[in-house]
Design a protein around this ligand. Structure first.
Ligand code: GAR
Length: 192
């Protein structure tokens, strides 16, 4: 990844499907003077994503396209990303799988937050799996996106202790808190 040169921030899109707490956190981070990125576009595969409200709140363009037909959706998004001169993509609770060809178009420029200590628990229900397996630690990972699900190079990870009282819900809350620290740190690590 090219280092940040000059004062210009890297135009970034955040892809979401739900609440958008990571999106909110990334927007706040982007406004800090020494943040390498600016958030210029929010994409969601569903109009129901609560995080879309941050578009109005922070005056950031939003775009919604269902992934019922992945090819059509991705072609539309690519068009828009190019038009908006977006150079970097952060997946933040984006619950669709991007195609090989889409990823190729943004090779090495898409990162994802995953709620487990990869390579453990790829895919869904990470917290349920960790509790079920009586793990002592859980955590989160920021990694580059490749065509293999949740398998790209790891940028940063953070461990979270699991207590005996934890449920999948309480664990998700604890991990999310760490995600909000980890995502900005990972972006700084990439560009600075
Ligand atoms: C986060 O915990 C994120 O790690 C997870 O979804 C949540 C989104 O929360 N992502 C995935 O599971 C991706 N496979 P948010 O909408 O509040 O940022």
């Amino acid at each position: 990844m090219a280092k940040l040169t000059g004062l210009k921030k890297i135009k970034t899109a955040v892809f979401i499907s739900g609440t958008g707490s990571n999106l909110n956190n990334l927007i706040k981070f982007s406004k800090i003077k020494n943040s390498p990125v600016s958030i210029d576009l929010i994409f969601s595969n569903t109009p129901k994503a609560k995080g879309l409200r941050f578009s109005n709140q922070f005056n950031i363009k939003k775009y919604i396209s269902s992934f019922k037909d992945t090819k059509i959706a991705e072609a539309k998004i690519l068009n828009l990303l190019n038009k908006e001169n977006i150079k970097f993509i952060c997946l933040a609770g984006f619950m669709r799988i991007l195609s090989k060809s889409f990823i190729k178009n943004f090779n090495g420029k898409i990162v994802n937050m995953h709620p487990s200590l990869l390579p453990k628990y790829k895919g869904l229900d990470t917290h349920i799996k960790a509790i079920k397996n009586k793990d002592k630690v859980a955590g989160c990972t920021v990694h580059f996106v490749t065509e293999k699900l949740d398998s790209g190079k790891i940028i940063l990870q953070k461990e979270v202790k699991i207590s005996k009282k934890d449920t999948a819900t309480s664990l998700a809350k604890k991990v999310l808190k760490q995600e909000h620290k980890l995502y900005p740190a990972a972006i700084k690590k990439i560009f600075n």
